[in-house]
Design a protein around this ligand. Structure first.
Ligand SMILES: [Zn+2]
Length: 272
């Protein structure tokens, strides 16, 4: 089912984009592209031939349409672009027409970077939301750039990386913000999913995870996911793609809720 947020885009822009996209989507798959896919995404080995082709074609469009900027001396390479594109495309395998159109620019630092934090302006990864200077792994801004770092991008590419995946985390925030400027942990759900029910169930899981940790239990989910509901959605999304079987085992309701959105049954496909 086509989610309702696809209909909101500007018409002229769409026509131009579709022309460009058609050209990129039509070309045959090159051996080099297959290699790029396998080198940048361990999950690719478990995808069906159709999904692998879809992901390669999707990545071409994503790479061509985004503005890529290196920071602190980084020179953007195809390898970097494919790493970001394949992970991002994996998240929307069920929505192949969605190319994160509100995300125009992707910035890549060499490693975690120091930056001034403006309170309540953005969703930070691994940083407190207080004014000051902090090291950040990445950041995502509504209608603004997604900021990443190459070291963390690489560390998540070839294995489950203990459930961490910077690209998935930041683009989960982008998905969360499709239906409004604030990341609130509610992405635009397919029409067959009851939004109020979904949100209520997700909030209950968030609360339960907080209670478990409050009582001294160790849980699968990283503590950072318990700082706010938007982080719960982003961190759970990382697990959904990086350690899906663990997520299904320890947080089965969270797995089911995310499956209603992402659709791809990662626990049934990816052996981490
Ligand atoms: Zn975050």
């Amino acid at each position: 089912m086509r989610p309702n947020w696809l209909t909101r885009r500007n018409h002229d822009m769409l026509e131009w984009l579709f022309g460009q996209r058609k050209l990129l989507l039509k070309k045959g798959i090159l051996a080099e592209e297959t290699q790029r896919l396998d080198d940048s995404l361990w999950q690719a080995a478990f995808l069906s031939p159709d999904h692998r082709e879809q992901l390669i074609r999707w990545s071409r469009v994503f790479i061509a349409e985004k503005t890529w900027e290196g920071c602190d001396g980084v020179k953007i390479t195809q390898e970097m672009q494919w790493h970001v594109a394949t992970a991002t495309g994996m998240m929307v395998l069920a929505y192949p027409d969605w190319y994160f159109d509100k995300t125009a620019t992707i910035l890549i630092h060499p490693k975690a970077y120091k930056a001034r934090v403006e309170p309540r302006f953005s969703n930070l990864t691994f940083g407190a939301e207080l004014a000051g200077e902090y090291y950040r792994s990445g950041e995502t801004i509504y209608r603004g750039p997604v900021v990443l770092n190459w070291r963390d991008i690489q560390s998540a590419a070839l294995d489950a990386n203990e459930g961490h995946h910077l690209v998935i985390h930041e683009f989960a925030h982008q998905l969360d913000m499709i239906n409004g400027p604030s990341a609130d942990g509610l992405p635009p759900l397919p029409g067959n999913v009851d939004e109020a029910e979904w949100l209520k169930a997700m909030k209950a899981e968030y609360k339960e995870a907080q209670d478990m940790v409050g009582q001294g239990y160790r849980i699968l989910m990283d503590d950072y996911g318990l700082t706010q509901e938007s982080e719960f959605f982003a961190v759970a999304s990382e697990l959904y793609f990086q350690q899906p079987r663990e997520l299904l085992e320890y947080h089965p309701n969270v797995y089911d809720l995310l499956k209603q959105f992402y659709v791809t049954d990662t626990a049934g496909i990816f052996l981490d």
